[in-house]
Design a protein around this ligand. Sequence first.
Ligand SMILES: Cc1cc2nc3c(=O)[nH]c(=O)nc-3n(C[C@H](O)[C@H](O)[C@H](O)COP(=O)(O)OP(=O)(O)OC[C@H]3O[C@@H](n4cnc5c(N)ncnc54)[C@H](O)[C@@H]3O)c2cc1C
Length: 292
Amino acid sequence: MSERYDVAIIGTGPAGLSAAITLKIRNKNILLVGSKHGSDKVGKAHEIQNYLGMPAVKGADLASAFENHIESMGIEITEDKITSVYNMGDYYSLLSKTNKTYEADAVILATGVSFGKPYPGEEAFLGKGVSYCATCDAPLYRNKTVAVIASTPQEEAEADFLQEIAGKVYYIPTYKGEVQVKPEIEVIHEKPVSIEGEQKVQSLVLADRRLDVDGVFILRESVSPANLIPGIEMDGNHIAVNRRMETNLKGCFACGDIVGAPYQYIKSAGEGNVAALSAAGYLDLRERTHQY
Ligand SMILES: Cc1cc2nc3c(=O)[nH]c(=O)nc-3n(C[C@H](O)[C@H](O)[C@H](O)COP(=O)(O)OP(=O)(O)OC[C@H]3O[C@@H](n4cnc5c(N)ncnc54)[C@H](O)[C@@H]3O)c2cc1C
């Protein structure tokens, strides 16, 4: 049985880390999921002029200050990527890329923004041939033909894994640089255009050709919020929240870039703090009134 946490925080950028610190102070049992190295948007920034108390700080230095702060409070980061979050009524169930299930009474979404738009057909065929998780869905494609659209070299290992199960794997990198996948995998350097089919996926259309496939794995750094958590209310491309960082789902909070511009470190960290205090208040009230 999976352990039940008080709060699951998804994302280890400034918003998620700040939420984790506040919830730790409020003595909550937290699951903090994301990359142990934090957000690339922090670590790879050249020089930051507007983070309070740290003038002209290099991104790498701010990232290591965040890491030290988290470590000094004994907060652990679970290195994983959440692929789906389900509202189970009085708790949330989180599924991950490594095929684990986590459970928490409340959830804080701090996954940042991805500037990639969904491909035409992606949302319509989600669960009908479109997948975001090779580990979870590979067994559905035993001896079948699949395409992998990958946004980072980290996904090469996922394609190698799929190749062990599927009959044929096409790999379409949308990043620059050398690709290192198993020789059986066909690497195609072409822009994906759309996903097509009738009841299920039948083809992936590229700029200059069409691939007949049974499945398309779209492996991006982040999944669009509407696909990550069914039923979440959006405001354009962002999650709709109020000033307490509450979403339309009870016990679900969101903070940082994912709730809208301006995209700034200090705003994200501040909203992480607000989301954490709201989550703690929600749990405390639930405890007092036994609303579960
Ligand atoms: C090059 C660059 C320079 C910048 N310079 C400045 C600046 O000078 N000043 C400033 O204020 N702002 C700056 N910004 C903006 C700033 O980076 C963002 O506003 C800030 O990082 C947002 O923090 P966040 O925590 O909301 O999201 P992010 O920093 O994007 O962190 C989200 C994290 O969640 C992870 N994640 C996503 N999905 C999942 C999932 N499903 N499961 C687990 N983890 C997941 C992501 O991998 C990421 O690590 C800059 C941005 C860039 C790209």
